[in-house]
Ligand binder design. Structure first.
Ligand code: SF4
Length: 364
């Protein structure tokens, strides 16, 4: 049986086989009933295959669905809304998730444009897609990744795909951490199956894939996110949404009593996964106020491209980005529609990394 205090780890490369074997061992079926509507929330933040390190492995999702169907649970829905400016339908195609859904004859929902309902916890209100309320048992399937604004992204932040784009923008205006924690107080995750087969320890958007060859299973999102933060080299205190979630009582376990249960031995010696300091050094050129992750991530990516191309950015040159500059009028170089008051700015909401590279080449 799944113990709420435990994080289960299975090592290997064959995501599908690994997850089926793990769920068998952990007897997941004992938590479920045939009438339950089971929701799977992957991380399909953008139109990139999981080999990029950005999105959940479809083999892993395939394994979860196959296990559930083998046990007679057929009422399964996969649901997601990709990041701001990205197309969920196209992302389903690129990742191959559309084929998995077709093969198993299960519902694959693009939440973008679907009706929403306002839900609350204390003074915090948020619009959530109505479909979420139809789910009886939510399986959260994030990717183990770094994030350019929150340092890491795993289970807690993955629920942001269950709210519409206008709310995602508001979350960024509110600095992400508190709203993410409160969202997790409103939407309950029943099980987390985190893709640590291939992650990205530099960017949320992938492009620097790191093979980690492991899948993490847990019931408590705070527990698993703390573990992921520590295993990449962050003090959990550096990931404020984990800390706030713990204070709010998201999750059901006692953090100091967490148990790590390895379901098999690693095939090869496990490397130590290191936090990347690249983002921190590139970010020194940015003056950010309430920027959306997609916009900010594209700017970081563009700065990396410029650095790789040998472009030297002067110490006195800064690039401004974010919703907090909407009312600003004055001198400077801005990226995105929010900075239209700057003397030089790049249009787009969000602009893509290529256009940012061209713009900065001409304007810095
Ligand atoms: S321009 Fe960028 S920061 Fe501003 S709203 Fe659009 S995506 Fe967000």
């Amino acid at each position: 049986m799944l113990d709420v205090q435990s994080i289960y780890i299975i090592h290997g490369e064959d995501a599908k086989r690994m997850v089926i074997e793990s769920l068998e061992k952990l007897e997941l079926f004992k938590e479920l009933s045939p009438t339950m509507r089971i929701g799977i929330k992957p991380n399909i933040v953008l139109e990139k295959h999981s080999s990029s390190g950005a999105t959940t492995s479809v083999d892993l999702i395939d394994g979860v669905v196959e296990y559930l169907k083998m046990k007679g649970f057929n009422n399964i829905t996969i649901l997601e809304s990709s990041g701001i400016g990205h197309n969920t339908q196209l992302a389903y195609k690129v990742t191959g998730l559309d084929k998995v859904a077709l093969k198993h004859n299960i519902e694959l929902i693009d939440l973008k444009g679907q009706p929403t309902v306002t839900l609350s916890y204390k003074d915090f209100n948020v619009q959530v897609f109505k479909k979420v309320q139809e789910i009886d048992y939510l399986i959260n399937m994030p990717v183990v990744k770094a994030h350019c604004q929150t340092n890491i992204t795993c289970a807690l932040k993955n629920l942001k795909g269950l709210i519409p784009d206008n709310e995602k923008r508001r979350f960024h205006r509110d600095r992400l951490h508190r709203p993410i924690a409160y969202l997790n107080k409103i939407i309950n995750t029943d099980l987390i199956i985190a893709d640590g087969i291939m992650g990205d320890l530099t960017f949320e958007e992938g492009g620097n894939p790191v093979r980690m060859d492991r899948v993490l299973i847990a019931k408590d999102p705070v527990l698993i996110d703390r573990f992921v933060a520590e295993s990449i080299g962050y003090d959990p205190k550096e990931v404020a949404h984990v800390d706030i979630s713990a204070t709010l009582g998201v999750g059901k376990s006692k953090i100091d009593k967490a148990k790590i249960v390895e379901l098999n031995a690693p095939v090869k010696k496990q490397e130590l996964y290191k936090r990347s300091y690249l983002i921190e050094s590139l970010a020194k050129k940015i003056r950010e106020r309430e920027a959306c992750s997609i916009c900010y991530g594209s700017l970081i990516f563009a700065l990396k491209r410029l650095k790789d191309n040998g472009k030297i950015i002067k110490n006195t040159d800064y690039i401004y980005i974010g919703q907090g500059y909407k009312d600003f009028v004055g001198e400077g170089v801005g990226v995105g529609n929010c900075t239209k008051g700057f003397s030089k700015f790049l249009q787009g909401c969000p602009p893509n990394a290529n256009s940012i590279v061209e713009f900065l080449e001409q304007n810095l």
